[in-house]
Each structure stands twice: as structure tokens, then as C-alpha cells.
Write a protein that binds this ligand. Structure first.
Ligand code: GUN
Length: 308
């Protein structure tokens, strides 16, 4: 009898131990959107207004921008999409200046990457910091570094929000970030090293030239991967019971889907899922959070203009 009870207790503990927790960005994003929608309705008829500029015919960029515009409509924002097949750098700078001075527009994003003849840095610098809801302008980046009130880039902000809403402990944890982009890797490494919650991690920022990447990743309590290489992280690169945030999203051919394509993250989900405690799925993890935080930044910009 006693042996039986012991066996049951062991089984219950094991089930608990084995329970992988999905960081459900799709769900959390829907909660944030409904919070934003409620705030917009309360302040009706004032509505935040986001303007998105898209240049060229990059399929992935078009999908992202359409999703951003659709999300605006869903929460009651106004949105304007300016899509140019092509535009000179000078004309784009003029357009940005016009939008900077347009009192009816609260937030402006220029979807990246840009065509080769347009200097990304010049464009980033041209967007007025108060309307820079991507948080890419050096004024916003600098303020973020110093912990001052600023627009936080949407993807890192989405990761922080996921960590908060799932109450993941970060104090004293070892966090490894793979990928040093200005949009994700660099800002998230700063944010998670800050002396606050979430933060207080010991952060290692790795990249394509890092030596012993496998060992470094395998030492992480929190592993954030933003490399853009499908299924790059395998189970021998992760620590048991770690938290994995997968920012990658690659479209690869598949004979198993109707469309002939499937989306893959930078982490081989099936390969690592039995080893980690928490993981973001792809799709449905960080992607929807990015859009939710872009909306949050646009609402914040509108509030600063005293519209709300
Ligand atoms: N390209 C990839 N991610 C982003 C983003 O968050 N904002 C913009 N503007 N372009 C991107």
C-alpha cells in the first residue's frame, strides 16, 4: 500500500516536472489588445493614428505591415499605409518630414529592411523621436539605455511583457542572447541587465563570431535567440529547465501544409521541448507580442500629445 502511494506521489511530481509551459504570445497579445481597445473606446472620439511606410515588394515586409495595419483597425486606431514600389531617399526624407509635422499622426514606422539605395541610418534619424513608435531613433535608444522614459523597440518590449505576465524570475539568472541586431539583440540585452524587474540578469550577448556558442547557450537560464537561422538551436545547446524565447521566423518549403510553406523559429522546438521549462512557439510567440507593443507605443505617443 505504502509503495503504491509513493509511486503515485512520484508520478504526480514527475508530471509536474515534465509539464512544459508555452509562453503563449498570441493569447497575451490578445489580452493587451483588448486592454488598449477599452482605453480607446473610453476616450472616443479621439483615436491614435499610426502611419506605416512600406517600400518595395518584400513579401515578408508586406505581411508584417498588413498585420500591423489590421491590428490598428481592431483596437480602434486610425492607420495610414503608404506603399511605394520605389522612392528616392530624398523624397522619402521629405515625406517623413511632412508626417513629423502632421498633428493628426501620432506614430510613424518605416518598415525595414529598406532598398539598397536608401540609407537606413538617415531614415531612422529623420523620424521625430516623439513619433518613433519603433523606438529606433538614437534619442529613444539612448533614453532606454539610461532607463529614462522612452519608446522601447516593440520586439524587446514584447519579450519583457511576456516575462512579466508569466511571472518568470529573472533576478540573478544567466541570460544568453544570440544575435546583436539593433532591433532585438542589443536592446533586449540592455533591458534584461537593468536593476529592476524583469532584469537583474547576468547577460551575455553572442553573435555569429562568438566562440564556444554551444557551451555558452547551454549555460543559460534564459535563452533568447534572434539569429534568423531556422532550427539553429538543438537540445545539446540548452540547459535543463531553462526558459527559451525564440524571436526567429523563417518561411521554409513544406509538403505537409496546404500553402506549401511553413514558419520555423531559430529553435528546433520538437528537439528542445522536453528539456526546457518554458518556450515561445513559432508562430504564436514573440511575433504577436511585437504588434501588441507597437500598438502600446502608439497609444503612448498619442497620450503625450494630450489626445488621451
Ligand atoms: N523589420 C523587422 N522588424 C521590424 C520592426 O519591428 N519595425 C520595422 N519598422 N521594421 C522591421
Amino acid at each position: 500500500m505504502e509503495a503504491k502511494i509513493e509511486l503515485w506521489i512520484c508520478l504526480i511530481i514527475k508530471c509536474k516536472e515534465d509539464k512544459l509551459k508555452i509562453l503563449d504570445g498570441k493569447y497575451i497579445s490578445s489580452v493587451i489588445r483588448s486592454e488598449i481597445k477599452t482605453e480607446v473606446e473610453r476616450n472616443s472620439p479621439a483615436r491614435p493614428h499610426l502611419c506605416a511606410i512600406l517600400i518595395g515588394d518584400n513579401g515578408a515586409s508586406r505581411t508584417y505591415v498588413n498585420a500591423k495595419v489590421k491590428a490598428c483597425e481592431e483596437v480602434g486606431f486610425k492607420s495610414t499605409l503608404l506603399h511605394y514600389d520605389d522612392i528616392s531617399e530624398l523624397d522619402l526624407l521629405k515625406k517623413i518630414e511632412e508626417i513629423n509635422n502632421d498633428k493628426n499622426i501620432d506614430g510613424l514606422i518605416v518598415q525595414l529592411p529598406l532598398p539598397k539605395h536608401i540609407d537606413e541610418n538617415k531614415i531612422t534619424l529623420a523620424v521625430k523621436p516623439a513619433k518613433d513608435v519603433d523606438g529606433f531613433h538614437p534619442v529613444n535608444m539612448g533614453k532606454m539605455m539610461l532607463g529614462l522614459d522612452s519608446m522601447i523597440p516593440a520586439t524587446p518590449a514584447g519579450i519583457i511583457e511576456l516575462i512579466k505576465r508569466y511571472k518568470i524570475e529573472t533576478l540573478g539568472k544567466k541570460c544568453v542572447v544570440v544575435g546583436r541586431s539593433n532591433i532585438v539583440g542589443l536592446p533586449i540585452s540592455v533591458l534584461l541587465g537593468k536593476n529592476k524587474y524583469p532584469g537583474n540578469c547576468t547577460v551575455t550577448l553572442t553573435h555569429s563570431k562568438s566562440k564556444n556558442l554551444k557551451e555558452i547557450c547551454a549555460s543559460a537560464d534564459i535563452l533568447i535567440v534572434a539569429l534568423g537561422v531556422a532550427n539553429f538551436i538543438k537540445s545539446d545547446m540548452v540547459k535543463k529547465n531553462c526558459v527559451i524565447i525564440d524571436v526567429g521566423i523563417s518561411r521554409v518549403k513544406s509538403d505537409k501544409t496546404k500553402s506549401g510553406w511553413k514558419l520555423l523559429g531559430d529553435v528546433d522546438f520538437e528537439n528542445v521541448k522536453d528539456k526546457c521549462d518554458y518556450i515561445t512557439p513559432v508562430p504564436g510567440g514573440v511575433g504577436p507580442m511585437t504588434i501588441a507593443m507597437l500598438l502600446a507605443n502608439t497609444l503612448k505617443a498619442a497620450k503625450k500629445e494630450n489626445k488621451f
